[in-house]
Design a binder for this molecule. Sequence first.
Ligand SMILES: [Zn+2]
Ligand SMILES: [Zn+2]
Length: 130
Amino acid sequence: MSDIVVKCRQCRRLIAKQPLSSFLTAHGQPVADIYGCSLTCVGKLEDVWYLDELTMSDWMRTAVEEGNFLKDKLKCPNCSTNLGAFDYVSGHKCPCKQQCVPFIHLVKSKIDIQYANRSPENTSEHAEQS
Ligand SMILES: [Zn+2]
Ligand SMILES: [Zn+2]
């Protein structure tokens, strides 16, 4: 199982390292590939990653506990940029209205993610394709 490294895009701090299987679609299913598979609900490109709450990082768990398992922002433990949020209250529905989305999400535009054990030469993440 591949591990995924998550960094704050603002300060570059490593904020999580967790298995690919902990990244979920809006329907709570593990994503197959962090680069290739981001179509989640009714063919829409989601702007967030949902996370399996069982695998969340210590700082996220602390934030959730300090928020009494209600709802709040998830801020970078280093630079306090808003990286995402948790919401155990509203039960937000996904666009197709079939499911409640998972409790925790990180905003894709606020973080950088990559496979932990893939060498940089093999990633095409930053390649310009025009
Ligand atoms: Zn940061
Ligand atoms: Zn849906």
